[in-house]
Write a protein that binds this ligand. Structure first.
Ligand SMILES: NC(=O)C1=CN([C@@H]2O[C@H](COP(=O)(O)OP(=O)(O)OC[C@H]3O[C@@H](n4cnc5c(N)ncnc54)[C@H](O)[C@@H]3O)[C@@H](O)[C@H]2O)C=CC1
Ligand SMILES: O=C(CO)COP(=O)(O)O
Length: 350
């Protein structure tokens, strides 16, 4: 299937809008289905289906696949970005000067880039390169379950304009997909990004046949590292964000049923002898893991600042993925886990 889908519709104020979804993977296809069902009031097009990543699910009569990225975005005033994070910088560079200056964007992408200056969230990359505002939508959203219209929730993170966030909430919300706005872009985006690293740890635990107590401990330690890392990166991040769908709920669903967990389990069952690249290609058939590169990106930030000891779970996950430690190391570090608190934006032991 082609990389973009275009969807026409009316807003509640009757302002015309054209939505383009950039990315046609597993979640991208389901996002197009959600938006298509909410905008069906206007034009009708084909009944698209993504036979590779979402077989048997019709995406909607007004969803049109367009293989030409630049053509698909040129008239859109609502841009939805949903590709694996490692491809976004290249995609944004291709779109510089090609999108409407009044367009609003939203990123459903869980991941970040690391620059010389530090981490750069994907929403910031989009805003900086394309010169447009960018919200985020994250949550406990395993795409295959939402495709089957099973009840779930999501969080829209916005920076300033509540009315823009409400527009995105209306575009995505259905009776089975409940979306809530939160004024904390970085907090929402970092929750979605960092939980993929914790999901790898949960997968190692499953591959080592450890029990639910161990997995719960890993999730708790992981959530704590997510919160501390996020607040050290952006002092504006709010504690309450971690209790939204984008926080603890996404952490739970990904550690129970996500692709990162699944491939990490296989990695541990093979004693770390088969690489993540090999297992990803074999098990996911074109879909992409985000956790392995995110663990590397987080590690780059930690090592630049000398913070590895403050984040034993994040550090250990990266070292396991690159073969420096065996999968069993995931439960060996915890004896030395430091307790720390946040004091005025910096981490301190107590
Ligand atoms: N699948 C899921 O359940 C969920 C995924 N997400 C996030 O959404 C984002 C996208 O995930 P999915 O839609 O699942 O994608 P995916 O994992 O299904 O990846 C396939 C997509 O990658 C694209 N792709 C592959 N190689 C490429 C390349 N070299 N250059 C450009 N594009 C390339 C393909 O065109 C296809 O659109 C990720 O950040 C993921 O974490 C968020 C919530 C749920
Ligand atoms: O983000 C997800 C669910 O919210 C999906 O996680 P995986 O990429 O591990 O499948």
């Amino acid at each position: 299937m082609s990389p973009t889908t275009a969807i026409d519709g009316n807003s509640s104020t009757n302002k015309k809008f054209k939505v383009t979804v950039v990315g046609s993977g597993n979640w991208g296809s389901v996002a197009a289905k959600l938006i298509g069902s909410n905008t069906l009031k206007l034009s009708s097009f084909h009944d698209e289906e993504n036979v590779k990543y979402l077989p048997g699910i019709k995406l909607g009569r007004n969803v049109v696949a367009d293989p030409d990225l630049v053509n698909a975005v040129k008239d859109a005033n609502m841009l939805v970005f949903v590709t694996p994070h490692q491809f976004m910088e290249g995609i944004c560079r291709r779109l510089v000067g090609k999108v409407r200056s009044d367009a609003e964007a939203i990123s459903l992408i869980k991941g970040m880039e690391v620059k010389m200056e530090g981490p750069c969230m994907i929403s910031s990359l989009i805003s900086e390169l394309l010169g447009i505002n960018c919200c985020v939508l994250m949550g406990a959203n395993i795409a295959n379950e939402i495709a089957k219209e099973m009840f779930s929730e999501a969080t829209v993170g916005y920076r300033e304009h509540r009315e823009v966030a409400e527009r995105w909430v209306n575009l995505f919300s259905t009776t089975y997909f409940i979306v809530s706005p939160v004024q904390d872009v970085e907090g929402v985006e970092l929750c979605g990004t960092l939980k993929n690293v914790v999901a790898l740890a949960a997968g190692f635990v499953d591959g080592l046949d450890m029990g639910n107590n161990t997995k719960a401990a890993i999730m708790r330690i992981g959530l704590r590292e997510m919160r501390v890392f996020s607040k050290l990166m952006f002092s504006s991040v709010k504690d309450n964000t971690f209790f939204e769908s984008c926080g603890v709920a996404d952490l739970i669903t990904t550690c129970l049923g996500g692709r990162n967990r699944k491939v990490a389990e296989a990695f541990a069952r093979n004693g770390g002898k088969r690489s993540f690249d090999e297992l990803e290609a074999e098990m996911l058939q074109g879909q992409k893991l985000q956790g392995v590169s995110t663990a590397k990106e987080v590690y780059e930030v930690l090592s630049k600042r000398g913070w590895q000891e403050l984040f034993p779970l994040f550090t250990t996950v990266h070292e396991i993925t690159i073969g420096h430690l065996p999968p069993s190391a995931i439960v060996e570090y915890s004896e030395h886990t430091p307790n720390f608190s946040l004091v005025e934006g910096s981490a301190q032991y107590y």
